[in-house]
Design a protein around this ligand. Structure first.
Ligand code: AMP
Ligand code: MG
Length: 416
């Protein structure tokens, strides 16, 4: 098993004043984790020569690999490139491939190529150049005392493309002999402690090279098996076997064996059944519809959502009775039921879900903030469910969407 360590240095004054959020580190750490390389430290520094120099000293001593982003722009505040040249020795030379790529970019954008733009194609002769097809600043790979140091631009999509095209395969070849295999089991309806108890013996019987992680989310727990080993085929076989074993034990609460968002899982259900979906949304304001329509091909099963935010729209469009709203309130089981009936008729979908809730304090409503009612129907049966969410408004909305999709999934699968 490899124990290769990485330090990440992000460079830029904007990171220190909080103007730019360091998304680069998080993304890089996820990618490295996927191939079994551990990030042991993340450091952010300003565009300051002495800070960068000292951080390089520290992090090269600290890890086998140092990944750097930022400070490679053509403006004078970006000082990383000449600094690296000085740090690793050698002189600046023009990288011809980068030069012609930069000239192409300037021609395409119809901008004059100036003498000073040649500087953008310069790299220290002590590095291996990592081509940047998405921008002008190339990545650079250095070696020192058996350590590998890689510098990339700060612009996230440029960094990502260099990581995907070049860096990850360089690291894999150089540092990794083991392969990593992941398999997931997505569950809903039970907490992690219940699950842990239920599969205790299976978890204990896992070989040391297969680890099980519990990743709880909104109403769901993802179980992820990660295997490391030299023999990929054997590892895939073994981990699939363990996945099946655990999934069989958890039968009732297993939603999927692929690690994909709930909207994908639902899409598969609707397409496989040739069924259609309709929505009546109040408190989520169309957010469920947004999730559903993120999926390519959603037009094949999604009829639409009636965003009936104001009570008058619930009455006039969905035909919720005024008396129902007066008697039980807008956020009530009865209103949710009449909403789902109205939407089911209007949209003519095989399955329809309605949602009504209170996500901010409202003097007209006696329900506690976070109360949400949902109803689902297949034109015959109607099932309802009450929720109480405890977070702030945006998070409550997000959770409500996840729970709505989960409720649909359970209803379709007769598990509600
Ligand atoms: P630079 O390579 O320093 O010219 O960075 C270019 C741009 O990339 C900056 O203006 C930031 O908007 C963005 N950026 C730099 N570092 C990061 C980072 N760690 N995470 C996300 N964006 C970044
Ligand atoms: Mg910068």
């Amino acid at each position: 098993m490899s124990n290769i360590s990485v330090s990440i240095i992000t460079i830029g004054d904007e990171l220190l004043i909080g103007q730019t959020i360091d998304t680069n580190s998080a993304w890089m750490a996820q990618q490295l984790n996927e191939i079994g390389i551990e990030v042991v430290r993340r450091v952010a520094v300003g565009d300051v020569r002495d800070s960068i120099w000292k951080t390089l000293d520290d992090e090269i001593a600290n890890a086998d690999i140092v990944l750097i982003t930022g400070g490679l722009g053509p403006t004078s505040d970006d000082i990383t490139k000449p600094l690296l040249c000085e740090y690793f020795g050698g002189k600046m030379i023009v990288d011809e491939r980068t030069l012609s790529h930069i000239k192409d970019i300037f021609t395409k954008r119809n901008r004059p190529f100036l003498e000073r733009n040649i500087k953008q194609a310069e790299v220290p002769d002590s590095c291996i150049v990592l081509f940047n097809k998405m921008g002008t600043a190339p990545g650079m790979c250095f070696e020192k005392n058996g350590k590998m140091i890689i510098s990339m631009p700060g612009v996230p999509f440029e960094m990502m493309s260099i990581m995907e095209d070049e860096v990850l395969s360089i690291l894999r070849k150089r540092f990794i002999s083991d392969v990593i295999v992941h398999r997931s089991i997505i569950t809903a309806g039970e907490g992690e402690s219940f699950i842990a108890e239920k599969i205790k013996d299976l978890e204990e019987a896992l070989p040391t090279y297969i680890k099980l992680a519990y990743l709880p989310g909104a109403g769901m727990v993802k179980l992820r098996l990660t295997g490391k080993g030299a023999n990929e085929l054997q590892l895939i076989k073994e981990i699939a076997l363990r996945q099946e074993e655990i999934a069989n034990r958890l039968e009732d609460i297993v939603v999927a064996l692929d690690d994909v968002p709930m909207e994908y899982i639902l899409a598969k259900e609707f397409i496989n059944r040739g069924a259609t979906l309709g929505l009546a949304e109040s408190c989520t304001g169309g957010f469920i519809a947004h999730h559903i329509t993120q999926i390519m091909g959603s037009a094949n099963y999604f009829m639409g959502s009636i965003v009936s935010y104001d009570p008058r729209i619930k009455e006039n469009v969905l035909h919720v009775q005024k008396s129902t709203i007066n008697k039980y309130g807008v956020v009530s089981e009865q209103t949710a039921i009449e909403m789902v009936k109205g939407a089911s008729q209007l949209l003519g979908a095989d399955y329809t879900l309605s949602i009504t809730g209170i996500l901010s304090p409202d003097t007209n409503d006696t329900n506690p903030v976070g109360t949400v009612w949902m109803a689902v129907t297949d034109k015959q049966d109607i099932k309802t469910k009450k929720f109480l969410f405890h977070y702030d408004r945006p998070r409550n909305k997000e959770i409500a969407v996840q729970m709505a999709m989960l409720m649909l999934w359970k209803f379709i699968n007769k598990k509600l």
